[in-house]
Design a protein around this ligand. Structure first.
Ligand SMILES: [Zn+2]
Length: 259
Protein backbone atom coordinates (compact mmCIF):
# COMPACT_ATOMS: atom_id res chain seq x y z
CA UNK A 1 0.00 0.00 0.00
CA UNK A 2 1.38 3.39 -1.00
CA UNK A 3 0.04 6.10 1.24
CA UNK A 4 1.77 9.47 1.12
CA UNK A 5 1.39 11.75 4.14
CA UNK A 6 1.36 15.48 3.47
CA UNK A 7 0.92 18.49 5.81
CA UNK A 8 -1.48 21.18 4.56
CA UNK A 9 -0.65 24.42 6.37
CA UNK A 10 -3.50 26.32 8.03
CA UNK A 11 -3.80 29.36 10.32
CA UNK A 12 -0.36 30.46 11.62
CA UNK A 13 1.17 27.14 12.58
CA UNK A 14 -1.38 24.31 12.17
CA UNK A 15 -0.74 21.25 10.04
CA UNK A 16 -3.73 19.44 8.55
CA UNK A 17 -2.21 16.01 7.98
CA UNK A 18 -3.45 14.45 4.76
CA UNK A 19 -3.26 10.77 3.81
CA UNK A 20 -3.04 10.32 0.07
CA UNK A 21 -3.62 7.08 -1.82
CA UNK A 22 -1.65 7.58 -5.03
CA UNK A 23 -3.31 4.62 -6.76
CA UNK A 24 -6.87 5.91 -6.67
CA UNK A 25 -6.20 9.65 -5.98
CA UNK A 26 -8.25 9.62 -2.77
CA UNK A 27 -7.43 11.52 0.41
CA UNK A 28 -8.23 11.37 4.12
CA UNK A 29 -7.97 14.63 6.05
CA UNK A 30 -7.06 14.80 9.74
CA UNK A 31 -8.23 17.81 11.81
CA UNK A 32 -9.31 20.31 9.15
CA UNK A 33 -9.49 23.53 11.15
CA UNK A 34 -10.05 25.38 7.88
CA UNK A 35 -11.75 24.20 4.69
CA UNK A 36 -10.23 26.61 2.13
CA UNK A 37 -6.60 25.39 2.21
CA UNK A 38 -7.82 21.78 2.06
CA UNK A 39 -10.08 22.38 -0.94
CA UNK A 40 -7.32 24.33 -2.67
CA UNK A 41 -4.80 21.54 -2.12
CA UNK A 42 -7.16 18.73 -3.17
CA UNK A 43 -8.12 20.57 -6.35
CA UNK A 44 -4.51 21.35 -7.23
CA UNK A 45 -3.54 17.70 -6.78
CA UNK A 46 -6.68 16.25 -8.38
CA UNK A 47 -7.64 14.38 -5.21
CA UNK A 48 -11.03 13.28 -3.92
CA UNK A 49 -11.57 13.51 -0.15
CA UNK A 50 -13.25 10.38 1.21
CA UNK A 51 -12.92 10.80 4.97
CA UNK A 52 -12.16 13.20 7.81
CA UNK A 53 -10.74 12.11 11.17
CA UNK A 54 -10.75 14.46 14.16
CA UNK A 55 -8.60 14.32 17.32
CA UNK A 56 -10.43 16.84 19.56
CA UNK A 57 -13.08 19.54 19.56
CA UNK A 58 -10.97 22.73 19.36
CA UNK A 59 -11.97 25.10 16.58
CA UNK A 60 -8.58 25.01 14.87
CA UNK A 61 -9.10 21.24 14.40
CA UNK A 62 -12.80 21.01 13.42
CA UNK A 63 -13.56 24.52 12.07
CA UNK A 64 -13.52 23.37 8.43
CA UNK A 65 -15.44 20.10 8.91
CA UNK A 66 -18.98 21.30 8.08
CA UNK A 67 -17.88 23.16 4.94
CA UNK A 68 -15.87 20.16 3.73
CA UNK A 69 -18.86 17.86 4.34
CA UNK A 70 -20.96 20.16 2.17
CA UNK A 71 -18.28 20.28 -0.51
CA UNK A 72 -17.73 16.48 -0.46
CA UNK A 73 -21.13 14.99 0.51
CA UNK A 74 -19.81 11.39 0.44
CA UNK A 75 -17.23 12.13 3.16
CA UNK A 76 -17.06 9.60 6.00
CA UNK A 77 -16.56 11.61 9.20
CA UNK A 78 -14.79 9.84 12.05
CA UNK A 79 -14.92 11.52 15.46
CA UNK A 80 -15.56 11.08 19.18
CA UNK A 81 -19.08 11.99 20.35
CA UNK A 82 -17.68 15.00 22.25
CA UNK A 83 -15.95 16.56 19.23
CA UNK A 84 -19.05 18.63 18.42
CA UNK A 85 -19.35 17.42 14.82
CA UNK A 86 -21.96 15.33 12.99
CA UNK A 87 -19.90 12.15 12.72
CA UNK A 88 -20.66 8.98 10.71
CA UNK A 89 -18.40 6.77 12.81
CA UNK A 90 -18.23 7.43 16.55
CA UNK A 91 -14.89 6.42 18.01
CA UNK A 92 -13.43 5.92 21.47
CA UNK A 93 -10.32 4.27 22.89
CA UNK A 94 -9.77 0.92 21.14
CA UNK A 95 -11.78 1.73 18.00
CA UNK A 96 -10.35 0.75 14.64
CA UNK A 97 -10.56 3.09 11.66
CA UNK A 98 -9.94 1.97 8.10
CA UNK A 99 -7.79 3.64 5.43
CA UNK A 100 -7.85 1.70 2.16
CA UNK A 101 -7.29 -1.60 3.92
CA UNK A 102 -4.75 -0.19 6.40
CA UNK A 103 -6.02 0.07 9.93
CA UNK A 104 -5.60 2.87 12.46
CA UNK A 105 -5.99 2.13 16.15
CA UNK A 106 -7.68 4.85 18.17
CA UNK A 107 -6.10 5.73 21.51
CA UNK A 108 -7.57 8.04 24.14
CA UNK A 109 -4.71 10.47 24.83
CA UNK A 110 -6.65 13.03 26.84
CA UNK A 111 -5.09 15.75 28.97
CA UNK A 112 -4.99 18.76 26.61
CA UNK A 113 -8.75 18.18 26.37
CA UNK A 114 -11.01 15.41 27.57
CA UNK A 115 -11.88 12.92 24.80
CA UNK A 116 -8.71 13.65 22.86
CA UNK A 117 -8.06 10.83 20.40
CA UNK A 118 -4.88 9.77 18.59
CA UNK A 119 -4.82 7.64 15.45
CA UNK A 120 -2.04 5.05 15.19
CA UNK A 121 -2.00 4.15 11.50
CA UNK A 122 -0.17 0.99 10.47
CA UNK A 123 1.22 1.11 6.94
CA UNK A 124 3.13 -2.07 6.07
CA UNK A 125 4.12 -2.56 9.70
CA UNK A 126 5.26 1.05 10.19
CA UNK A 127 3.34 3.06 12.77
CA UNK A 128 2.27 6.66 12.12
CA UNK A 129 0.78 8.41 15.15
CA UNK A 130 -1.48 11.44 14.57
CA UNK A 131 -1.49 12.88 18.05
CA UNK A 132 -3.29 16.24 17.63
CA UNK A 133 -2.39 18.65 20.43
CA UNK A 134 -1.28 16.03 22.97
CA UNK A 135 2.40 15.77 22.07
CA UNK A 136 4.37 18.33 20.07
CA UNK A 137 7.96 17.85 19.06
CA UNK A 138 9.90 18.93 22.13
CA UNK A 139 6.75 19.67 24.11
CA UNK A 140 3.15 18.96 25.01
CA UNK A 141 -0.25 20.59 24.79
CA UNK A 142 -1.59 22.89 27.48
CA UNK A 143 -4.15 21.44 29.86
CA UNK A 144 -7.60 22.82 29.01
CA UNK A 145 -10.54 20.46 29.67
CA UNK A 146 -8.41 17.43 30.56
CA UNK A 147 -6.18 16.94 33.60
CA UNK A 148 -2.41 16.88 34.09
CA UNK A 149 -2.74 13.28 35.34
CA UNK A 150 -4.43 12.30 32.07
CA UNK A 151 -1.77 14.10 30.05
CA UNK A 152 1.00 12.33 31.94
CA UNK A 153 -0.68 8.94 31.36
CA UNK A 154 -1.06 9.78 27.67
CA UNK A 155 2.67 10.58 27.44
CA UNK A 156 3.50 7.29 29.15
CA UNK A 157 1.41 5.46 26.60
CA UNK A 158 2.77 7.33 23.58
CA UNK A 159 6.34 6.78 24.75
CA UNK A 160 5.75 3.03 24.55
CA UNK A 161 5.43 3.14 20.77
CA UNK A 162 8.43 1.59 19.02
CA UNK A 163 11.57 3.70 18.41
CA UNK A 164 10.97 4.12 14.68
CA UNK A 165 7.26 5.01 14.95
CA UNK A 166 6.49 8.55 13.80
CA UNK A 167 4.63 11.35 15.59
CA UNK A 168 2.58 13.82 13.51
CA UNK A 169 1.58 16.66 15.87
CA UNK A 170 -0.87 19.30 14.64
CA UNK A 171 1.28 22.40 15.26
CA UNK A 172 4.72 23.72 14.37
CA UNK A 173 5.91 24.56 17.88
CA UNK A 174 9.20 22.66 17.71
CA UNK A 175 11.77 25.46 18.00
CA UNK A 176 10.06 27.27 20.88
CA UNK A 177 9.54 23.98 22.72
CA UNK A 178 13.22 23.12 22.38
CA UNK A 179 14.20 26.55 23.71
CA UNK A 180 12.11 25.79 26.79
CA UNK A 181 13.63 22.30 27.06
CA UNK A 182 17.13 23.78 27.01
CA UNK A 183 16.20 26.17 29.83
CA UNK A 184 15.66 23.02 31.92
CA UNK A 185 18.36 20.78 30.47
CA UNK A 186 21.04 23.11 29.00
CA UNK A 187 23.57 20.29 28.61
CA UNK A 188 21.35 18.09 26.41
CA UNK A 189 23.39 17.88 23.19
CA UNK A 190 20.64 16.16 21.17
CA UNK A 191 18.29 19.00 22.15
CA UNK A 192 20.86 21.64 21.16
CA UNK A 193 21.32 20.02 17.74
CA UNK A 194 17.56 19.59 17.27
CA UNK A 195 17.05 23.32 17.96
CA UNK A 196 19.63 24.33 15.34
CA UNK A 197 17.93 22.08 12.77
CA UNK A 198 14.43 23.23 13.75
CA UNK A 199 15.41 26.90 13.43
CA UNK A 200 16.94 26.26 10.00
CA UNK A 201 13.85 24.45 8.76
CA UNK A 202 11.41 26.94 10.28
CA UNK A 203 13.29 29.85 8.66
CA UNK A 204 12.90 28.11 5.30
CA UNK A 205 9.21 27.31 5.90
CA UNK A 206 9.92 23.56 6.00
CA UNK A 207 7.98 21.48 8.57
CA UNK A 208 10.10 19.96 11.35
CA UNK A 209 7.62 17.07 11.46
CA UNK A 210 7.09 14.16 11.61
CA UNK A 211 9.59 13.01 14.24
CA UNK A 212 10.45 9.54 15.47
CA UNK A 213 9.62 8.30 18.94
CA UNK A 214 13.34 7.67 19.54
CA UNK A 215 14.13 11.31 18.67
CA UNK A 216 11.40 12.60 21.01
CA UNK A 217 12.71 10.52 23.90
CA UNK A 218 16.02 12.41 23.54
CA UNK A 219 14.73 15.93 22.99
CA UNK A 220 11.26 16.18 24.56
CA UNK A 221 11.69 17.25 28.16
CA UNK A 222 8.13 16.05 28.96
CA UNK A 223 9.17 12.49 28.03
CA UNK A 224 12.22 12.84 30.29
CA UNK A 225 10.60 13.62 33.66
CA UNK A 226 12.52 10.77 35.34
CA UNK A 227 15.97 11.91 34.10
CA UNK A 228 18.23 13.28 36.88
CA UNK A 229 19.25 16.23 34.65
CA UNK A 230 15.57 17.19 34.17
CA UNK A 231 14.72 16.79 37.85
CA UNK A 232 17.72 18.99 38.76
CA UNK A 233 16.69 21.60 36.16
CA UNK A 234 13.14 21.79 37.51
CA UNK A 235 14.28 21.82 41.15
CA UNK A 236 16.53 24.81 40.39
CA UNK A 237 13.46 26.79 39.26
CA UNK A 238 10.75 25.82 41.72
CA UNK A 239 10.20 24.15 45.07
CA UNK A 240 9.13 20.52 44.71
CA UNK A 241 7.19 18.41 47.23
CA UNK A 242 8.73 15.24 45.80
CA UNK A 243 10.60 14.05 42.70
CA UNK A 244 8.02 11.63 41.32
CA UNK A 245 7.77 11.71 37.50
CA UNK A 246 4.19 13.06 37.63
CA UNK A 247 5.29 15.86 39.98
CA UNK A 248 8.15 16.78 37.64
CA UNK A 249 5.87 16.53 34.59
CA UNK A 250 3.29 18.85 36.19
CA UNK A 251 6.05 21.28 37.23
CA UNK A 252 7.40 21.31 33.66
CA UNK A 253 3.93 22.14 32.31
CA UNK A 254 3.59 24.97 34.81
CA UNK A 255 7.06 26.35 33.99
CA UNK A 256 6.28 26.18 30.25
CA UNK A 257 3.02 28.10 30.79
CA UNK A 258 5.13 30.99 32.07
CA UNK A 259 8.14 30.62 29.76
ZN1 LIG B 1 -6.31 21.96 20.88
Amino acid sequence: MTIRIHPIKAFNDNYIWTLINKNNKQAIIIDPGQAAPVIEYLEAEGLEMIAIWTTHHHHDHIGGVAELQEHFPMTHLVAHSEHNVDEDQTIKDGSIVNAWGCSAQVWDVSGHTASHMAYILDIDGHKHCFCGDTLFSGGCGRVFTGTIEQLYASFERLSNLSDEALFYPAHEYTASNLRFGLSIEPGNVAMQQALIQAEEKTNQGIPTLPVTVAHEREVNVFLRADEPSVIAGVASKMKLDDEKPLTIFAALRELKNNF
